[in-house]
Design a protein around this ligand. Sequence first.
Ligand code: PFF
Length: 453
Amino acid sequence: MTARESWGSRLGFIFAAAGSAIGLANIWRFPFLVGAHGGSAFICIYLLCLFLIGFPVFISEIIIGRAGRSSPADSFERLGNSSWWRKAGMLTIITGFIVSAFYSAVAGWILGYLVEAIRGHLVAFNSAEQAASHYEGLIHHPYWALIYHALFLAASLFVLYFGVRGGIERGNKILMPLLFIVLTILAVQGLRMDGGWKGLHFITSPDWSQLTPMAFLIAMGQAFFTLSVGQGTLVTYGSYIKERENLIQSSWPVIAMDTLASLLSAIIVFSIVFSAGITLQSGPGLIFHTLPIAFGQISGGYLISVLFFLAVVLAALTSEISALEPSVAYLVDSRGWSRHHAVMAVGLGAFLLGVPCALSTSALREVTIQGHSILDLMSMLASSILIPFGALFAVVLVGWRWGIQRGMAQLEQGAEELFEKHPLLLWYFKTCIRYVAPLLILVVFVGTLMAVI
Ligand code: PFF
């Protein structure tokens, strides 16, 4: 048997985990949430959520991964010391797999829009109706969605095929800096446009009246989804971290990069929207209607449209890779498969599960439950139920079942100096992992279910 793979360097892990974290939720969803829930007031509670639960859950999963040194199923079982915990680990792998399927279907549309942008189709709209009818024409076409779903997935599998170091690490080391370069160009360009500063002013002015309990739940959900917690990804990526690596210094840059990407995206979207003088929509409306109308009205719109969709595709690609990896790791570590066979099997499975999602706006449009499409249902199942459960399992496993002392000993390994200098850090992690995070996750869970039902 060959030795288990590991990251070549700390930076390798940081870029891979940041690649996982930064995705559609940063570029597409975050700006809209900021707009809808009180500008910087929302940003404040979002940062609080990152501090109180996002970071502690993130660290718990990395601890489980490094201590377990295997797929999430094995790692959960080892630390939890029972087959029940193995099932909990399995559930996180399944969650990642479900996410990878619908995420690929949605990212396929974005890839399709990148091609539209390159062909110059996104700078030709004069009205919202034109942009909307162009969008409808595309998404009502089953083959369009299917082909781009397949292409996007194939690109992710190509990277996964070359392994942890040769594929994931190398791919992210190229794609992440590229993504930040593109985001920075777009943000600077956005602010230089007439009226662009109004966008920045809008997101930095708080409107506290918009901060409802619902906004709080949404901020927590966003923090979970964007950090890729609760779905086996970080346990798996953590399992490739070396024994003596400092986990804190490997993790905080990931959270910082993820937050920076969200803020840059908000600046980009609002400066474009304000300089074109149009109103912001949510969901598909934002990216497929509002922005294309704006691209047609601003100078340099063609290049900006291409760069924008390129950034979203890159971000989604590195996230998709990380959603597939836990299932690959399961087949390799727990089932003894070769990596190449595992990548093919997981890819085929994700493609098939993604087909009904990709067709949910065309051939399967009529198939709905209480008005929700198959795509909506899968994404709701993952974000409202499976991900909070996965996150809860992680903090309960480290905080209670395996034991907080062992957990903290694992965290201190390689970070002894840091904890000696800042003993408060240990207190922060202990308190949040044991009490604050589990309690708040339960609040989100119950709150979200009550809102959905
Ligand atoms: N964190 C990604 C985003 O912000 O879009 C989403 C994601 C990636 C979810 C990887 C799940 C996952 F395993």
